[in-house]
Design a binder for this molecule. Structure first.
Ligand code: F6P
Length: 327
């Protein structure tokens, strides 16, 4: 029989994502509304191991729904990978009688939660928060919408200057293992090519298409490259283009961490609020070791055990659309 939760902890882990604050706010306020004590854990699993935990009140989360980053701070914690680190984390929770945990993060953070939940009797509920959108079982992850819109805004600006100079731009967007930001922002900005980790980059094909466009006097081209693209990213692609097409004027722009910051979009605030609310409901209903996602506009509770990268999730039809629309 599952023990009733009375004190819950909440942490943000891994890469921050715009909307994490909105999720923290929802967890804190839903918990307090239901008579629970809520504890904020600083710097993800690192702060948990170090017992860097404080009691949160409703006011602790005032005025944060619109802020990027995370008031709880975050970290990529190596110590939590070891059994010793996880034991320390458990002892920290026990020392404060915390009997339920909400982890807001991506698949790496969820993998840590799985190990923890195998070893200890504290129910863990995940909330899908990552700009990369690479978690299977949810249509949305907190931060993706904001990040992709930041990329779109930047690429639109790049197109202005590309057009003014008749130049080729190779723009790198975030996504270590995932091409979602590249694909969505690329289609939305009319990019001529999109190169992502989920597909092998055919450099010959790329050069041929640039040559063919040059023949038609189509000189303004934007290639969107996901950070984890396997040929080597934007700089390597630019090098290959320079070698093969020395007369082509090409510029590289790496958007980088600008995509992780800024005020969350309406969509990210909304899904974060819904997921935060339901994460607390899950704990109160006695669910454990699932993450909260949204599929077909309904809450989806996915066992943390099954979390893996959403590999191969890129739709071939979308890739075809890129080719046809950019011709
Ligand atoms: O959080 C996801 C992500 O932004 C990836 O797209 C990127 O590869 C990675 O984090 C960068 O992480 P860090 O900021 O730790 O270098």
């Amino acid at each position: 029989m599952q023990k009733k939760v009375s004190r819950i902890g909440v942490l943000t882990s891994g890469g921050d994502a715009p909307g994490m604050n909105a999720a923290v706010r929802a967890v804190v306020r839903t918990g307090i509304y239901n008579g629970l004590e809520v504890y904020g854990i600083m710097r993800g699993y690192q702060g948990l191991i170090e017992n860097d935990i404080y009691k949160m009140e409703s006011r602790s989360v005032a005025n944060i729904i619109q802020r990027g980053g995370t008031i709880l701070k975050t970290a990529r914690c190596k110590d939590f990978l070891s059994a010793e680190g996880r034991k320390k984390a458990y002892e920290a929770l026990k020392s404060r009688d915390i009997n339920g945990l909400v982890v807001i993060g991506g698949d790496g953070s969820f993998r840590g939660a799985v190990e923890f939940s195998r070893e200890f009797d504290i129910p863990v509920i995940g909330i899908a928060g990552t700009i990369d959108k690479d978690i299977h079982g949810t249509d949305f992850t907190i931060g993706f919408d904001t990040a992709v819109n930041t990329a779109v805004e930047a690429i639109d600006k790049i197109r202005d200057t590309a057009d003014a100079h008749d130049r080729l731009f190779i723009v790198e967007v975030m996504g270590r293992d995932s091409g979602y930001i590249a694909l969505h922002s690329g289609i939305a900005t009319g990019a001529e090519n999109i190169l992502i980790p989920e597909r092998k980059t055919d450099i010959e094909d790329l050069i041929n298409s640039l040559e063919e466009k040059e023949k038609r006097q189509k000189l303004v081209n934007i290639i969107i490259v996901a950070e984890g693209e396997k040929f080597g990213g934007a700089l390597e692609i630019a090098k290959a283009v320079k070698e093969r097409l020395p007369l082509t004027e090409a510029r590289v722009c790496i958007l980088g961490h600008i995509q992780r910051g800024g005020p969350p979009s309406c969509l990210d605030r909304l899904i974060a609020s819904r997921m935060g609310y339901h994460a607390v409901e899950c704990l109160m209903e006695g669910r454990h070791n699932v993450f909260v996602g949204i599929q077909n506009n309904k809450m989806n509770y996915v066992p943390l055990e099954t979390v893996g990268k959403k590999r191969g999730g890129i739709n071939d039809e979308w890739m075809k659309i890129v080719k046809i629309l950019a011709s």
